[in-house]
Write a protein that binds this ligand. Structure first.
Ligand SMILES: Cc1ncc(C[n+]2csc(CCOP(=O)(O)OP(=O)(O)O)c2C)c(N)n1
Ligand SMILES: [Mg+2]
Length: 355
């Protein structure tokens, strides 16, 4: 599908209702993203990472996987988690620094903050599927910057040698914070890096949901039928700042941002739907109102959950707490002894120095 929503290639098999559902999901996750960014600015969640402009990648990935497939997201993939059915409340808890956000996440791994450390985890999950004789696939998604890391090559190599049912999705949004794609690699495409591991590499338009779905379906079908791993490079663009602690105006030309705005994925699908009589003002208003209401409720719910106990900060590190950790916990309890035990996830101003 081109910038004007005109289909130029072969469509993936989708009914009109399915197309409308994809559009609804893209609009919904955009509303969620916008709301989260706004409450971040009010100090109600910690640092947040937006996926503005990458909604076709997010929804397309989720729509092409089964619920029992394993998903390994980065910090930029909250939208894909929603599209895979994770409640906004839970993802918000995560961004509020509450470990319970991923307590019931099904086959979704927690968001990976370190750049590119999770492709090997996805290869490992695929190895497990193979050993167990299961037909689930495993998908890790990460950025263009992550493909410069050794873990990416190790994961691809392992997947190639063992012919694993894994999909490595590179959301090439042209920037790794302030490092442009041109400084990331001299390779003509990122997808071609797959060749070194003896697996397939595919390039798809990440701002065209149909193109994303075709690519992921191809790789998932291939993986499920025992034909191994694929690297998919989705060409897209980060329209916003890298994170809530960044100012993209400091390092890139705004003319470039404007050029990519014309290719953005939600408007593009809308144009396609208009041409097929699948879009109306009323439809847009209804789905936006529904998403806004759901977002407001999720924010209230997340903020009103009693906060975790201090002890929980120290659990899940060692099976038995080390003497150092015990000491730190006691210090922290002492520092917090005057605070109400009925505090919530509302971010509170902590006076004085933090131990
Ligand atoms: C191991 C590691 N090194 C550095 C960082 C700091 N860091 C956070 S995001 C980022 C850039 C990643 O860019 P890319 O992989 O293209 O993903 P994008 O943020 O564009 O989605 C860096 C260097 C980190 N989080 N982890
Ligand atoms: Mg990037």
């Amino acid at each position: 599908m081109d910038e004007n929503g005109k289909v130029t290639g072969e469509m993936p098999k989708l009914t009109n209702d399915e197309i409308k559902e994809l559009y609804k999901k893209m609009v919904t996750i955009r509303v969620y993203d916008d709301k989260t960014m706004k409450i971040q600015r009010q100090g109600r969640v910690g640092p947040y990472i937006s996926y503005l402009g990458q909604e076709a990648c997010q929804v397309g990935i989720a729509a092409s996987l089964r619920k029992d497939d394993w998903f390994f997201p980065t910090y930029r993939d909250s939208g894909a988690l929603y599209a895979r059915g994770m409640p906004l409340k839970d993802v918000l808890l995560y961004w509020m620094g509450d470990a319970r956000g991923f307590a019931n996440a099904g086959n979704n791994f927690p968001i990976c903050i370190p750049v590119g450390t999770h492709p090997p985890h996805a290869a490992g999950a695929a190895f497990a599927a193979k050993i167990k004789g299961k037909d689930y696939v495993s998908l890790a998604t990460f950025g263009d910057g992550a493909t410069s890391r050794g873990d990416f090559y190790e994961a691809m190599n392992f997947a190639g040698v063992f012919n694993l049912p894994v999909i490595f999705v590179v959301q090439n949004n042209q920037w790794a914070i302030s490092v442009p794609r041109s400084r990331q690699t001299a390779s003509q495409t990122i997808a071609q890096k797959a060749i070194s591991a003896g697996i397939d590499g595919v390039v798809a338009d990440g701002n065209d949901i149909f193109s994303v779905i075709k690519a992921i379906r191809y790789a998932a079908d291939k993986a499920r039928s025992g034909k191994g791993a694929t690297v998919i490079e989705l060409l897209t663009y980060r329209l916003g700042d890298h994170s809530s602690a960044d100012d993209q105006k400091k390092y890139r030309e705004q003319a470039e941002v404007e050029t990519w705005k014309k290719k953005e994925p939600v408007e593009r699908l809308k144009k396609y739907m208009l041409s097929k009589g699948l879009w109306s003002e009323k439809f847009e208003q209804d789905i936006t109102a529904e998403a806004t209401q759901a977002a407001e409720k999720a924010i209230t719910d997340a903020e009103n959950i009693p906060s975790q106990k201090l002890d929980e900060l120290f659990e899940n590190i060692f099976s038995e707490m080390t003497p150092n950790l015990k000491e730190e916990l006691e210090e922290l309890k002492e520092a917090y002894k005057d605070r109400s035990t009925e505090s919530t996830n509302k971010v509170e101003k902590i006076e004085g120095s933090f131990p």
